[in-house]
Design a protein around this ligand. Structure first.
Ligand SMILES: Nc1ncnc2c1ncn2[C@@H]1O[C@H](COP(=O)(O)OP(=O)(O)OP(=O)(O)O)[C@@H](O)[C@H]1O
Length: 676
């Protein structure tokens, strides 16, 4: 009698070679084997030729109309016969299966599965189907070393013995609530479904099980993380209120909500690990400022890390201004790579003795000589640009500070639960009042003149503009040249305005000076390569003209567009392109259709397919055998809720109905440590 825990080599026909091949595809035990599922089913359902597309696979049933003829050429052969299907005659041919000729006779009814060629009214047969009930075949992922047929055969042998012995991982209560099959039935119906419908139901149950197990693991990791360490930040509410009152605007409802989520986390003596997500221009910076200041009022230090030096500098300036305007006297410093040795030494000293309250910088903040006196919080801007390792490094730096990661890249909910499943998520889902909808237009290169005229008119009304030229990946020189040419052309076209040129070859100081001039409206038009992509905040800039817009990804276009529409002016985005591919056209159309970053991100997923979102392969979005976290978003959410409610129930792991689950998790958790 075979059991679930047995090694697969217990099965007849599994010698060392086959065992290796099974190991290759992740099958070690009988349990692994029966959980190796078909990825699709070949539809062997009968069809008429008129219902079948050219090149499609289908099963035709009819009466053999002409005798089977075998033609041999060397070792190869072709077997041909006619098949009358209703009133249509189809020529059937089989390659290298001469024995078929012996099994078909004129006048006999047969069903043949094969590939249809509509023009020739012929079917290249793959098999003659004997049992009419056998509607479709499960197709297993196979490898060079082991065929799908062998896998299928092994599953049949194993299942005959272990059938009925598989305990359910998803507790009964949850299964009943969502009408899910028990584990025995779901596995049986995956491998041996009676019809397509049954296979679909089994798939649904299995997908849920996968998601639920995944979410259980995440929730358990999260619990472990919370219990691990962290200190309560005893902030001064009065000082925070005063700071808020001194801001030139009132916080939106959404900002207030996330501020209170963050402050609640900070106050608790557990480690905060939170992702602040908000569309471009939704006002994340001020939320971060409040969190940073909270830490300072508690007598600790805080750090803000940005992905580029320009952004770090912008943040430092903006924070300083914000605090100054609200009458808050704290010391904010910027650590840059270009600092003179003496200045850097002084800064590090002041940091170590606690004189500096907030330190802003790039990942240069992670260098080992950067020692804080007492770091209470690290805010990481544009978190997806920092690897998991860097996050971990920051945690190691001293006291394991609270972490608040901010991202403007709209991450569809699907991905935030999967990628950031170990983080709590706060979402700003509202833009500040008084913003006007950005108008987006796409034009072709030969309409550029009219766009320039429009630009002229807007500039004369006091607006400012960005003109972005694409990054030419193959050649940095070429993209600088492109930007340079645009800069020169605009100087001729717009003699009354000052034009600036920003590109990657400028020094950080030059970039900073340009940005400062643009912000102060000393420059009206900023021609730039994508160095301005994220985070730049100049509310008076209301025109974004993007050259060769089809060279940009959807997320990038959305980021660029987010640089305008930040003030009260009506803003415009003009996409100049003559896209050559459907994909390029689809991206531009999506930009014109919506300004909602979340919808765009979803669209981006659809257009790119689920394979490579934000480089998910690297970003740690787990892959599932059956479930698709993007298509089955709702199910993933439900699984998350159920897992959260399970781990928050007292003694859930002692209850007898959860024993299978607890056993399974403790057996397999070690594999998942890397997710943290
Ligand atoms: N509640 C508010 N009311 C009015 N203006 C606001 C409010 N909150 C923020 N702002 C302003 O909106 C602009 C955008 O805010 P901020 O730079 O924080 O956005 P963000 O979320 O960081 O966007 P991005 O990711 O695009 O940089 C800033 O000029 C800021 O001063």
């Amino acid at each position: 009698m075979i059991t679930l825990n047995d090694n697969v080599n217990i099965l007849p026909g599994v010698g060392p070679k086959r065992l290796d091949a099974l190991h290759e595809i992740g099958i070690f035990t009988i349990e692994d084997l029966i959980n190796y599922f078909p990825f699709r089913y070949e539809d062997l359902g009968e069809r008429l030729p008129s219902e079948t597309l050219d090149g499609e696979k289908a099963t035709f049933k009819g009466i053999v109309s002409t005798p089977a003829v075998v033609t041999r050429f060397g070792k190869r052969s072709q077997t041909r016969f006619g098949l009358m299907i209703e009133h249509e005659n189809v020529r059937v041919s089989f390659f290298n299966q001469p024995w078929i000729a012996q099994n078909v006779e004129v006048g006999q009814e047969v069903a043949v599965y094969g590939t249809y060629d509509a023009a020739k009214a012929s079917l290249t047969g793959m098999k003659v189907i004997s049992k009419a009930s056998n509607e479709f075949d499960p197709i297993y992922p196979s490898s060079k070393q082991i065929s799908a047929k062998t896998i299928r055969h092994l599953i049949e042998i194993a299942w005959a013995d272990v059938r009925g012995t598989v305990g359910s991982l998803v507790p009964d209560k949850i299964r009943q609530k969502y009408r899910l099959l028990d584990r025995n039935t779901q596995i049986e119906n995956m491998h041996f479904p009676a019809d397509m419908e049954q296979a679909k139901l089994a798939r649904r149950s299995i997908a849920f099980e996968e998601f639920f197990i995944f979410q259980m693991r995440l929730q358990l990791l999260k619990l472990a993380d919370k219990n691990f360490s962290g200190e309560g930040i005893n902030y001064d509410s009065k000082a925070l209120n005063k700071f808020e009152a001194g801001l030139p605007f009132t916080l939106t409802g959404a900002q207030q909500k996330v501020v209170s989520e963050i402050l609640t986390d900070q106050k608790r003596p557990v480690h905060m690990n939170r992702l602040l997500q908000g569309d471009v221009g939704s006002g994340k910076t001020v939320v971060a400022a409040i969190a940073l200041y909270a830490v300072v009022t508690a007598g600790m230090q805080a750090a803000l890390m940005a992905p580029t030096e320009i952004l770090a500098q912008q943040h430092a300036i903006n924070l300083a201004l914000m605090f100054e305007k609200s009458g808050v006297d704290i010391r904010i410093e910027l650590l840059t790579s270009g600092m003179k040795a003496a200045a850097r030494r002084q800064l590090l000293e002041d940091l170590a003795d606690g004189t500096i309250d907030i330190l802003v910088g790039t990942h240069a903040l992670l260098q080992p000589d950067v020692m804080f006196h007492h770091l209470g919080l690290a805010v990481i801007d544009e978190q997806h640009r920092f690897g998991v390792n860097q996050r971990a490094k920051l945690r190691e730096n001293g006291v394991n500070p609270d972490i608040l990661a901010m991202t403007a890249t709209p991450i569809p909910r699907t991905l935030s639960i999967t990628t950031y499943g170990e983080m709590d998520v706060s979402i700003i889902d509202q833009l500040p009042n008084g913003r006007k909808q950005i108008q987006t237009r796409k034009i072709s290169h030969n309409q550029l003149d009219s766009a320039i005229n429009f630009l002229k008119q807007q500039l004369s009304e006091g607006a400012q503009a960005y003109v972005v030229t694409p990054l030419i990946e193959e050649s940095e020189a070429l993209d600088v040249q492109n930007a340079q040419a645009m800069y020169e052309a605009l100087q001729l076209e717009l003699p009354n305005d000052t034009i600036g040129l920003l590109h990657g070859r400028l020094s950080n100081d030059e970039k900073k000076a340009l940005m400062a001039d643009f912000k102060r409206n000393k420059i009206q038009v900023l021609v730039a390569t994508t160095v301005i992509e994220v985070g730049v905040d100049v509310p008076n800039a209301s025109i974004m003209l993007i050259m060769d817009a089809d060279r940009f990804g959807l997320a990038q276009l959305h980021q660029l567009r987010g640089r305008v529409g930040r003030g009260t002016r009506q803003s415009y985005t003009i996409l100049v392109a003559d896209p050559k591919t459907d994909y390029g056209r689809a991206r531009l159309d999506a930009m014109v259709e919506t300004t909602d970053g979340f919808i765009l991100a979803q669209k981006d997923l659809e257009l790119r397919g689920s394979g490579d979102i934000l480089g998910t392969k690297q970003s740690g979005v787990p892959e599932f055998a059956v479930g698709d976290p993007i298509k089955d978003l709702k199910m993933m959410e439900v699984a998350q809720q159920e897992a959260i409610s399970m781990v928050s129930t007292d003694d859930w792991d002692k209850s007898s109905e959860n024993q299978e689950l607890v056993d399974y998790l403790s057996r397999t958790m070690a594999h998942y440590r890397h997710l943290d």
